[in-house]
Design a protein around this ligand. Sequence first.
Ligand code: NAP
Length: 341
Amino acid sequence: MAQTETGVNRQIVLKRRPTGVVSEECFTLVEAPLTGPDELADGEALVRNIYLSVDPTQRGWISRDTYVPAIQPGEVIRSGSAGQVVASRSARLPEGTLVTGLTGWSEYAVVSGNVSPVAAGVDLRASMSVLGATGLTAYFGMLDIGRPRPGETVLVSGAAGATGSVAGQIARIQGARVVGLAGTAEKCAWLTGELGFTAAINYRRDDVPARLRETCPDGIDVYFDNVGGSLLELVLERIRLKARIVLCGAISQYSDEEPSPGPRNLMQLVIQRSRMEGFLVFDYLERYPEAVAQLSQWLRGGDLHYRVEIMEGLEAAPRALRALFTGGNTGKLLVQIAPEP
Ligand SMILES: NC(=O)c1ccc[n+]([C@@H]2O[C@H](COP(=O)([O-])OP(=O)(O)OC[C@H]3O[C@@H](n4cnc5c(N)ncnc54)[C@H](OP(=O)(O)O)[C@@H]3O)[C@@H](O)[C@H]2O)c1
């Protein structure tokens, strides 16, 4: 039990709710007593977290009730995580097991049903990215709702992020032409280089309507939208007949104090007999094994690439969350708080 000798469990809790773009002042690091092995109840295990996830949806969780109850001031920040069982009274989770789940921004967590063992041989960083929530979101959103066909044009916003980068490649694997929207020249170069996108648009620098005309000359069949807001309105102007708009997220609006006006041109959906559909990855829980198997096969075959960026130390978690809203990440951003075994 060398890892738990200090008797202290450092955690990040909510100090106050954010206004505007989330900042480090909303959080505070506290030291809580560490649950000892003898204090575990039957069926429980103590996990030492190794990687913590930062996700745009946490901006909602710390603000208001969404599809889960809001985190209250003083509570540990709920988050995805990967870690190792260091003490156990659970037959399902023997000591040494690597697990992923929703444990929160803390060094240690007492778990029971809220984590799953990582399959043997699966890279822990992959299990927190391309084979984790963001990869699964890309898989179900693109294949179940977007349904791209060979030769169609698929546009992805937030394309160099964790979800968008996988979503675009899945469309490419289906034989579609794929165009990405991203916020820097480096991100655009990654999309059209390693990831094999047909084209990329730097939405911060380029003339977006002009570049959409150039890169999607026949219009857009599928829009995988991570961003919402004014980009969605621009894209609606170029959808084709029977287009599918996958509403995955709307990060451009998460920091708004008041709900922003919706796209003014929803009539485009009528004119083009098209549809928009939102989804949550959790709806597909029963089909996760199918997605993991297919994504793993594409990874092994070299068809699918992913990137993980790491910030070090528990203290970095609030800064990492903010980086998602300022475009500071390429691929999946994780916080590493302990070495991998
Ligand atoms: N429906 C679901 O079940 C589900 C599950 C997971 C994630 N999501 C959603 O998927 C989206 C992506 O999440 P992720 O975890 O993969 O994060 P991510 O894409 O890795 O990171 C967020 C990215 O969004 C871009 N961005 C930030 N503010 C923006 C703005 N105002 N306009 C345009 N782009 C902006 C930034 O890149 P740039 O440099 O390109 O601006 C940033 O890198 C989010 O909307 C999230 O809520 C949905």
